[in-house]
Structure formats: C-alpha cells, structure tokens
Design a protein. Structure first.
Length: 215
C-alpha cells in the first residue's frame, strides 16, 4: 500500500511553491520596470520588496520571542504523533498517515538507539500498536537493539529497551545543526542587504525618471 504524504508536509510544499511564485513575479516586475523605465511598475516592485523584508523581520522577531517554547511544544508534538503509532484507539491500523508515522518512528528509534519520547512505561498505551498486541508488551520491537543478524526482535522486553528517549536524541542532533547557525544568519543578512539595495535602486530610478512622463 502506497502511503501518502502527511497534510503538514503537503502544506509546507504548497507554501514554498507559493513563495517561489511570488519571488519570480516580483523579480519579473522589477526587470520590466527597469527595462521600460516605467515608474508605477518600479514603485510596485520597491513596495513588494519592502513588504517581503518587513515580513522577514517580523518572522525573525517572532521566532526569537517564542524560541523558549520550542522544547515544550516539540515534546508535545512527539507525544501526539506517538499516539498514532500503528493506529489509535479507533483501530485505524492501516490508515496511510498512521503507517507513515509508524515507519518514521521506527526509523528514528533504530537509527538513534532510543525509545519513544522519554523511554518510560505507558508512552505507547494510547497507540493502536498497544491495542493490536492486546496490551502484552509495553514497547515495540524498534525500541530494542537489533539482533546479530540485523533484524528486530519479535517483541521488546522492558528491561532490554533503549534507555534514552528520542526527544533527547533529536534535541542533540538539532544542537549539532545549530553549530552552523552563524552561516545561516549571515546568509539571511546578506539576502536582506540585497533586498535593501534593490529597494534603494528602484526608488532612485523612479526619481530619475521624469515625473511628468505619462504612465
């Protein structure tokens, strides 16, 4: 059975596509305005750049103000997704999204050698997996180390599970990525400077074009 992309992934894709269309449209507007020396088009181009720059600044301020909420929100997101591990209490074990959630969790737990969100008993009790196994085991096979032949155990004994939760493991990976945060920051600053330069040039061209020329 082919699994479909989660709704959130599709929405992000649509958002990026929409943003790309806007960038292409604004760039085309600026090129046409400069080539034709048409003041209204140049003014619209500069205004659009100012709106984009203001949006970027607002997003940066919002992210900075709410960065302290990331840890709590991220843990809640992980716990909510864990409830969809192989279905929920409604027994939708073969829903496309729940199949994808289970595959994602299994991959994370195997690669990161972790178990659940915090590796505590009861985390999987609201999942379809727990009900499907008639509540015999507390942890799925992916919570235990692989066997010598590279396969998963048939079931994961509580004492043999990975002691670390996946939240802490993912957090460590994110912290490793933030070591490159300065590069990202300077890239954003450079793009902002280019936008400011474009705004300045557009308004300079508007002023250089005679105001009494017909629109």
């Amino acid at each position: 059975m082919k699994a479909s992309k989660p709704t959130a992934v599709r929405q992000i894709g649509y958002l990026l596509l929409f943003g790309g269309v806007i960038v292409i449209f604004v760039a085309f507007m600026g090129c046409c305005g400069a080539a034709k020396e048409w003041r209204p088009l140049l003014c619209c181009y500069a205004t659009c750049l100012m709106m984009i720059l203001a949006t970027e600044i607002a997003a940066a301020i919002y992210a900075a103000m709410h960065s302290h909420m990331f840890n709590q929100d991220f843990r809640q997101i992980l716990r909510a997704s864990l409830k969809m591990y192989n279905g929920t209490e409604t027994r939708n074990y073969h829903d496309d999204n729940t199949v994808l959630v289970k595959a994602a969790w299994d991959k994370i737990m195997i690669e990161k050698s972790c178990c659940g969100v915090d590796s505590i008993i009861g985390e999987f009790h609201d999942s379809g997996w727990y009900l499907l196994n008639r509540k015999k085991h507390h942890f799925p096979p992916a919570c235990c180390p692989l066997q010598r032949d590279g396969t998963l155990m048939e079931f994961c004994p509580t004492i043999a599970r990975h002691g670390d939760g996946c939240y802490s493991k993912i957090k460590e990976s994110v912290q490793d990525l933030t070591s490159h945060f300065k590069v990202v920051t300077w890239t954003v600053v450079f793009i902002s400077l280019i936008q400011i330069f474009g705004i300045t040039v557009a308004f300079c061209l508007c002023n250089s074009i005679s105001a009494d020329e017909p629109f």
